[in-house]
Write a protein that binds this ligand. Structure first.
Ligand code: URA
Length: 459
């Protein structure tokens, strides 16, 4: 291992065998943390070539269980988001694809820090089981095209061990290390086609578009070299996606989108919708936020449809996905999936049944102007302060708290307009949560044009 550290320190390229030696040795406990830490820091500074990154990904993917989806008919599609705030797109895209006959066999994670996790959100549905046996998982995908479970204990254990070390040695934000970490789990999970939603902005790992694009390209290249069809979609995370942030709240918002009958009306460009927002009542919802959520979801769904080989034209694929919502097929599929995994489907028929926090407090804007910037990870932290997120991986979370945000970047705001409704149980944290939420937004006198929602596609 000493020689490997020296080699990487000098900037030379490792062979595939050397990378395998490092990953296997560390996973078995034969290479100590201090040597692995030194090697990771060398990778951080010297980077990795395409071949090295692929070798690292494969070595980590092969370090534990690898799911075989061969028993599932058709091209199996997966989707991965690099993590953001208010990102509930999986609940929208997975049933769209399944209702169009595309098998979606998905493994998802729990939330940590300012980002939420798909698995936690699903547990807001009473009875929903996130850990079904592998045979049942495969049977569900075969019979109704959709199953979604938490990551199993032994999927890419090398990544788990290496990630824990990166976390405490300031080596998380290295492009080849992030790309290989994500792709090792995706490859081990067995899908034939993968759409990667690479978030970019103040709530994401990647703060700028160039880095997000570089990460997307590395991941797509890894996927292709493993024989998988891959697309990278770079999407904006300079504010939460949609309106709602919080576990039950995000499932509710996804169901509201799946229940839409007039999808096209919400796809018009953002700023034309700002004036007719319905933001001021608790029951209302904000068109601008829904527009953003719907646009990102339909883009991802269309690329998944294309990745499954069902179309080679984006607009045609997107039209199919819109139809799946408008016809009600995607919503029916979501309910079928929830019930198949033990969840109470009546919550999907009537989202008012979800248990939300005891208090719903409007947080109002303090001045007139235009909403100009959002510190998105800070909004995620507000959800954590309310109890809806995890500070450490063993924290328990409150599924009923969160935010329903009624103003978005570029919107006109007036003093006392509702910025967000805060769903809160423990009023002891209210002052801090309110202060941090208001502090996360910047109001200016000049209107800004929000960043493009879908910034680029990498294929
Ligand atoms: N997500 C992962 O799974 N791994 C990383 O390194 C970063 C984000």
């Amino acid at each position: 291992m000493y020689d490997m550290i020296m080699k990487k320190r000098s900037g030379a390229e490792h062979t595939t065998d050397e990378i395998r030696f490092i990953v296997e040795g560390f996973t078995k406990g034969e290479i100590p943390d201090y040597q692995m830490s030194a090697w990771l820091m060398c990778v951080y500074y010297k980077g990795m070539t395409h071949d090295e990154t692929c070798a690292l990904t494969h070595a980590m993917a092969q370090s534990g269980d690898q799911l075989s989806l061969a028993a599932i008919h058709g091209v199996k599609v997966d989707k991965h988001s690099t993590g953001g705030v208010g990102d509930k797109t999986t609940f929208i895209v997975a049933p769209i694809l399944a209702s169009l006959g595309v098998p979606v066999a998905k493994m998802s994670g729990r939330g940590l820090g300012h980002t939420g996790g798909t698995i936690d959100k699903l547990e807001a549905i009473p009875g929903f089981c996130v850990s079904i046996p592998e045979e049942e998982f495969i049977e569900h995908v075969n019979s109704m095209k959709l199953a979604l479970v938490g990551q199993t204990g032994d999927l890419a254990p090398a990544d788990k061990k290496i990630y824990a070390l990166r976390d405490v040695t300031a080596t998380v934000d290295s492009l080849p290390l992030i790309a290989s970490s994500i792709m090792s789990k995706k490859l081990a999970a067995g899908a034939d086609a993968i759409v990667l939603d690479v978030k970019c902005g103040s709530g994401a790992f990647m703060k700028n578009e160039a880095d997000a694009k570089a990460l997307a390209q590395i991941m797509v290249d890894i996927g292709k070299s493993a024989g998988r069809t891959c697309y990278g979609v770079i999407t904006d995370m300079n504010e939460p996606l949609g309106c709602k942030v919080g576990n039950a709240l995000e499932v509710i918002e996804a169901v509201q989108v799946l229940a839409m009958k007039d999808v096209k009306a919400y796809l018009k460009p953002d700023l034309s919708l700002v004036e007719d927002n319905n933001t001021s009542t608790r029951e209302g919802y904000d068109r601008h936020g829904i527009h953003r959520l719907l646009t990102v979801s339909l883009t991802l769904a269309a690329y998944m449809y294309m990745a499954a080989g069902k179309s080679d034209d984006f607009e045609a694929a997107k039209a199919q996905c819109e139809k799946a919502i408008e016809s009600g097929a995607a919503l029916d599929k979501f309910k079928e999936f929830v019930e198949a995994q033990g969840g109470d489907g009546s919550y999907i028929d009537d989202v008012n049944k979800f248990r939300l926090a005891a208090n719903c407090v409007p947080i109002v804007c303090e001045e007139d102007g235009y909403l100009a910037a959002c510190n998105t990870s800070e909004v995620g932290m507000v959800n954590l302060i309310l109890g809806g997120g995890r500070a450490t991986k063993d924290s328990t979370i409150n599924l009923g708290v969160g935010l329903d945000i009624r103003k978005h970047l570029g919107d006109v705001v007036r003093k006392d307009d509702v910025l967000a409704y805060m769903y809160i149980d423990d009023m002891g944290v209210f002052e801090e949560a309110k202060k941090r939420l208001l502090g996360a937004y910047t109001v200016e006198q000049k209107q800004i044009k929000p960043e493009k929602l879908v910034k680029d596609i990498v294929a």
